[in-house]
Design a protein around this ligand. Structure first.
Ligand code: PRP
Ligand code: URA
Length: 208
């Protein structure tokens, strides 16, 4: 399992406990998913390149540092949308693209229904965000599409994943770095992550 980081941070553990809890209602669920994404982004962006610029303070000129590379956040719809605000609040200059994929309930194959990206994709640090990494089919399809559109520097940011999903990304796209808040035990016969947190899209948007 190369190029995988599983976060071990007290605040992420605490918020993950709340999102796993079946008693947590939509508002609190959405807030905690967003906050976990924000905490993860703070660590993930540690290695972004910066460039030096001259800045006029109220007292004098001085040299300061700003981000040198553009960040593009790509949520996989729907559930990925729950992670966007938390990351965007830290990187307001980031552009946002969208990939619409849903898993066919019978075959578990991802079906594409939407794709729209900023033109800066080829030069940008691209962060795919989706809370659930199950079979890995959606993640691999999203990465395939982004590469076809010219993206070269891609990371995958999820909240809960299983080994099967990690292995699938590694097999198809070994250069993609994977970040997760938790590595769960297994997938059940319906393709749900166990212990997991249920259907993330439905819990975020109150659709069940
Ligand atoms: C969920 C989740 C991922 C996908 C993961 O989306 O948000 O995109 O399943 O499963 P996989 O790793 O086996 O591909 P879903 O298809 O339920 O769509 P939704 O977000 O619109 O509910
Ligand atoms: N998608 C979800 O929303 N939950 C799972 O457990 C697996 C895929």
């Amino acid at each position: 399992m190369e190029k995988v980081t599983i976060f071990d941070h007290p605040l992420i553990h605490h918020k993950l406990s709340l999102v796993r809890n079946t008693a947590t209602k939509t508002k609190e669920f959405r807030e905690n998913v967003s906050e976990i994404a924000s905490l993860m982004a703070y660590e993930i962006t540690r290695d972004l390149e910066v460039k030096e610029i001259e800045t006029q303070t109220p007292l004098t000129k001085t040299n300061t540092y700003i981000l040198a590379e553009e960040v593009v956040i790509i949520p996989i719809l729907r559930a990925g949308l729950g992670m966007v605000d938390g990351i965007h609040s830290l990187i307001p200059s980031a552009k946002i693209g969208h990939i619409g994929l849903y898993r066919d309930e019978e075959t578990l194959q991802p079906e594409l229904y939407y794709a729209k990206f900023p033109t800066t994709l080829p030069e940008a640090h691209v962060m795919i965000v989706d809370p659930m990494l199950a079979t890995g089919g959606s993640a691999v399809r999203a990465i395939d599409i982004l590469k076809e559109r010219g993206a070269t520097n891609i990371s995958y940011v999820g909240i809960v994943g299983v080994k099967e999903g990690i292995d699938r990304i590694n097999e198809h796209h070994p250069e993609v770095t994977i970040f997760l808040a938790a590595l769960d035990d297994h997938l059940n016969e319906d393709g749900y992550i166990v212990p997991g947190l249920g259907d993330c899209g439905d819990r975020l948007f109150g659709t069940k």
